[in-house]
Design a protein around this ligand. Structure first.
Ligand code: NAD
Length: 472
């Protein structure tokens, strides 16, 4: 079994306490995760603060080169990282699983290297020259979830480093090992202290949010934790980017051919077993095509093979952890009791592991948790509607606002309806498609700030205006 350690100031360090991490498909141990003490967190933050002194002054071209080295080291170790990720997270190696996630890490790293934040000249006249500069903020604390542990780590870490910040990252206690290994590899190609990794339980995340020498927290996770972080960060007025939960609605208009879109809808709903922030989590279908759409979705979902993700034929792994598995079990049970009918799945699989088959529930509506709350698992409620204005209003009746989608052959009408959805990204005839050059973020209680693209990069900087008065 590989040895894992905290990554502080360029070294791999042990600690006194260790947590055993188990494979959610088999229950077998994957490795031991070091639990950082508060003193080790202080050590990591101090190392990052020291490294910031020089890293923030490094010429831009050198930082671009460094980001290129990060992409290289991920590519070189892709097979090891993918296999470790499957063992600890449960997602399949193939399909939209671990190899896909590592591919995403490389794509996002490469795209971020190519972005620039040039000085903007706001006035250049005989009277004045006014320039807007983008400066790094300092030590960035990154707190990540368990669903896409490596890709989300890269989304946080690479733009931070690219813009001259230094980082302390804390992965989820459910999936820390692949992140510790990733950061170990990255730290080998960067100056000591530019990137540091601590691991531990939720209280370590709280200590980071409160830490006086961390200037910004970038957090991806649940809304409940986002609120706590905002509270803990208040005393030191930290900058925050909060990418939180979603309960994305998709609305299918009557002109759609169900057979033609079913595969895309299933992909949008069940990517990573539904454990994706911007997965399609409620599907509203017009009454004129409701039965046909339900049948088409079921035909696709029942073709997806479930099992241990290390088997290369498998395209659906287990739910990642017991807490999430119990949540899906109880939400589906409640939906069935409320009159919903399971077209496929509807109960957990027997045997070892947190396996829950892809589940589609029809004849459900608002008032049950599967519709009103984020399920974050392999269960999709399909809801009938008759009036599009009513469907939009029901889609917007949520505290969340991450993504949403409209499905129709009439692109102009679909785009107009998409604009009425209260969410950060509204897709037409797709759901969940994200790109490294297009900003992504939530509105309402799905958080604030964006990731990706120019706007995402700017989040890791503060504005400094240099205002020069010219005499004469
Ligand atoms: P979580 O909020 O339980 O945990 C996320 C991280 O926060 C973990 O590292 C955890 O240890 C840490 N944490 C917990 N309590 C903390 C505290 N008080 N202070 C600081 N840190 C603390 O989330 P999760 O269950 O790991 O992830 C699932 C959630 O993440 C879902 O709601 C999902 O929608 C959301 N998510 C959002 C996005 C997005 O981009 N918007 C992407 C992926 C996941």
């Amino acid at each position: 079994m590989p040895e894992f350690g905290l990554i502080i100031d360029g070294s791999k360090l042990p600690t006194e306490e260790w947590m055993e991490i188990r494979n959610p498909a088999t229950g077998e141990p994957v490795g031991s995760c070091p639990v950082a003490t508060k003193a080790q967190l202080d050590q990591a933050v101090a190392a990052a603060a020291r490294a910031f002194e020089s890293w923030s002054k490094v010429p831009d071209a050198e930082r671009v080169e460094a980001v290129g080295r990060i992409a290289g080291v991920i590519e070189k170790n892709a097979a090891e990282l993918a296999s470790l990720l499957t063992k600890e997270q449960g997602k399949p190696l193939k399909g939209m699983g671990s190899e896909f996630e590592i591919g995403g890490c490389m794509a996002w790293t490469g795209a971020t290297a190519a972005l620039q934040l040039p000085v903007k000249v706001l006035e250049d006249s005989p009277q004045a020259r006014v320039e807007l500069h983008r400066k790094p903020v300092g030590v960035v604390g990154s707190i990540t979830p368990w669903n896409w542990p490596l890709m989300i780590a890269i989304w946080h870490v690479v733009p931070a480093i690219r813009t001259g910040n230094t980082v302390v990252i804390k992965p989820s206690p459910y999936t820390p090992l692949s992140t510790l290994r990733l950061i170990e590899l990255i730290s080998e190609v960067l100056p000591a202290g530019v990137i540091n990794a601590v691991a531990g339980r939720d209280d370590l995340g709280q200590a980071m949010s409160e830490h006086p020498d961390i200037r910004k927290i970038v957090f991806t996770g649940s809304c409940a934790t986002g609120r706590k972080i905002m509270g803990s960060a208040a005393n030191t007025l930290k900058r925050l980017t909060l990418e939180l939960g979603g309960n994305d609605a998709g609305i299918v208009l009557p002109d759609v051919d169900p057979g033609a879109v079913a595969e895309r809808i299933i992909g949008g709903a069940f990517i990573n077993n539904g454990q994706t922030c911007a997965a399609l989590k409620r599907l509203y279908v017009h009454e004129s095509i409701y039965d046909e759409m339900c049948d088409a979705l079921t035909a696709v979902a029942t073709q997806i093979p479930m099992g241990n993700g290390l088997d290369e034929n498998v395209l659906q792994g287990p739910v990642q952890n017991q807490m999430q598995y119990d949540k899906v079990c109880s939400m589906v049970e409640e939906a069935l009791q409320a009159g919903g009918k399971a077209l496929c799945g509807g109960a957990p699989a027997s045997g070892a592991g947190y396996f829950y088959p892809l589940t589609i529930i029809r004849d459900v509506s608002e008032g049950c948790r599967l519709v009103d709350e984020e399920q974050f698992g392999p269960a999709l409620p399909v809801i009938v509607y008759s009036d599009i204005d009513d469907a939009i209003e029901r889609a917007n009746r949520s505290d969340n606002g991450l993504g949403g989608s409209i499905w129709s052959g009439d692109l102009d009408k679909a785009a107009e309806l998409a604009g009425r959805l209260e969410c950060g990204t509204a897709w037409v005839n797709a759901h969940g498609d994200i790109r490294p050059d297009v900003p992504f973020g939530g509105v309402k209680q799905s958080g604030f700030g964006v990731e990706f693209g120019q706007e995402g990069l700017e989040e890791y900087t503060s504005v400094q205006v240099v205002n020069i008065r010219i005499e004469g």
